[in-house]
Design a protein around this ligand. Structure first.
Ligand SMILES: Nc1nc2c(ncn2[C@@H]2O[C@H](COP(=O)(O)OP(=O)(O)OP(=O)(O)O)[C@@H](O)[C@H]2O)c(=O)[nH]1
Length: 410
């Protein structure tokens, strides 16, 4: 799956931070007992049944969902780029093989590779392959794991929960780095599973989608990408340029409208954005549009005046259609780390956020914050941005994300 390979490659900094940390933790207290009982590789925890059975097949995720399950609107990555003998596309992406993390003086901590006996030799076992270092899971190791997860932006509460679940029934067992990665990935996927839901399409026309977020989070870009996907799914879309304060913002949105082949409603600079939103709904109704995507100006969550203005936009939209906005998407820049939590908190209070889009996952070392967000707010992650191009928006796949985040399968 080329997309997640891309994500995995781009999460390298995050996973390598986790990976290096895990290597250090295990080697720090590696069990030197050569004959110690290895635990069988821990079985992944059972994931809850997916709540949204109508989600598109994970191989070709789409950021949007239609009321009738439709073929995924996301264009398939160019097959030409993949040679016929390429590895199976469903396999999780494989990051660069880490170099042997064990410094020479630590080699005594590795389990001594026992010389195979006659039976071993007959069975073809090699004496050359050393077993992975293992460490007995104890309180100290758990604390180290907690610290590592916190440093990976998972947040204290989530890190504690993840490590507690990991420890359950496993205290005193000897775990290797791959064991821990597998357990962590399973825990992370379990947290993320319920929030991985494409944006639903409703029978209501026009479905009003309000897009909010702090400055530069990627609202305009995301609207362009969403408009393109919805169009590809056969929907008629209108965009309203609600950032009436910056002429450049309107122009930028017009460029995206052209790329997506979607009309963009504008108003003169300085127009009250609430009144533009009102007019845009009327226009979308007249045009029989399926979807109206309303852009808004970026606003920091600590600017009370701007947040009040957003609350006013919502009030005015409701005057026109009491059931609107039908979706309020909060666009979050994943590189902001823990600040994303306070953004969700404030925007949720004022604008009744119904779902998230996480952008810039292609350039972040902070993917862990998604886990904290999912654990704390449980808001659906409708889509993730993985680049600046129109096709760089995809559905969120919890298992692939979890594996990429912890560097599992390496
Ligand atoms: N790498 C990467 N860049 C992105 C992504 N999404 C948006 N960007 C870039 O982020 C910058 C800001 O994006 P905009 O869409 O203008 O953000 P905005 O929220 O509309 O900005 P304001 O209107 O100023 O609040 C642009 O340079 C985009 O190209 C993404 O998923 N990945």
């Amino acid at each position: 799956m080329s997309f997640f390979k891309k994500l995995k490659d781009r999460l390298t900094r995050s996973s390598s931070k986790l990976e290096q940390g895990l290597d250090a933790i295990v080697e720090d207290g590696a069990d030197v007992s050569p004959q110690g009982e290895d635990v069988p590789a821990p079985a992944p925890q059972p994931s809850p049944a997916p709540t949204d059975t109508a989600r598109p097949a994970p191989q070709e995720p789409a950021a949007v969902q239609t009321e009738v399950p439709a073929p995924p609107p996301v264009p398939v990555p160019p097959p030409a780029a993949t040679p016929p003998q390429a590895p199976a596309p469903t396999a999780p992406p494989v990051p660069p093989t880490p170099s042997d993390p064990t410094p020479p003086e630590k080699t005594t901590n590795r389990e001594a590779p026992a010389k195979p006996g006659l039976l071993g030799r007959l069975m073809g076992r090699s004496a050359a392959a050393p077993a992975a270092p293992r460490r007995v899971l104890d309180d100290e190791m758990l604390e180290q794991l907690e610290e590592l997860l916190i440093a990976s932006d998972m947040g204290v509460e989530t890190a504690l929960r993840v490590t507690a679940n990991l420890a359950e029934g496993r205290m005193g067992r000897r775990l290797s780095v791959p064991d821990i990665k597998e357990l962590l990935a399973s825990e992370v996927a379990r947290i993320m599973e319920p929030v991985a839901r494409p944006m639903p399409l409703m029978p209501k026309r026009p479905q009003v989608v309000l897009v909010v977020g702090v400055n530069g989070s990627g609202k305009t870009t995301t609207i362009g990408k969403l408009a393109s996907q919805f169009r590809a799914a056969g929907k008629s879309v209108v965009i309203a340029a609600g950032d009436t304060f910056r002429a450049a913002a309107v122009e930028q949105l017009q460029v995206w409208g052209e790329r997506a082949g979607v009309p963009v409603m504008t108003a003169p600079e300085g127009t009250d954005p609430a009144s533009l939103a009102f007019d845009a709904i009327s226009k979308a109704e007249q045009d029989g549009a399926d979807l109206l995507l309303i852009d808004t100006a970026g606003r920091l969550q600590n600017r009370a005046d701007l947040m009040e203005e957003l609350a006013k936009i919502v009030r005015v939209i409701r005057k026109k259609d009491p059931s609107a906005p039908h979706n309020t998407l909060l666009v979050l820049d994943a590189t902001t780390g823990q600040n994303a939590l306070s953004q969700v908190e404030t925007f949720q209070k004022l604008a009744d956020v119904s779902g998230l889009v996480m952008t810039k996952l292609d350039g972040t070392a902070k993917g862990g914050v998604l886990v904290a967000l999912a654990d704390r707010f449980g808001l659906p992650i409708h889509a993730i941005g993985v680049g600046e191009q129109i096709d760089d928006l995809d559905a969120f796949d919890p298992e692939e994300f979890a594996a990429a985040l912890v560097g599992a399968g390496t």
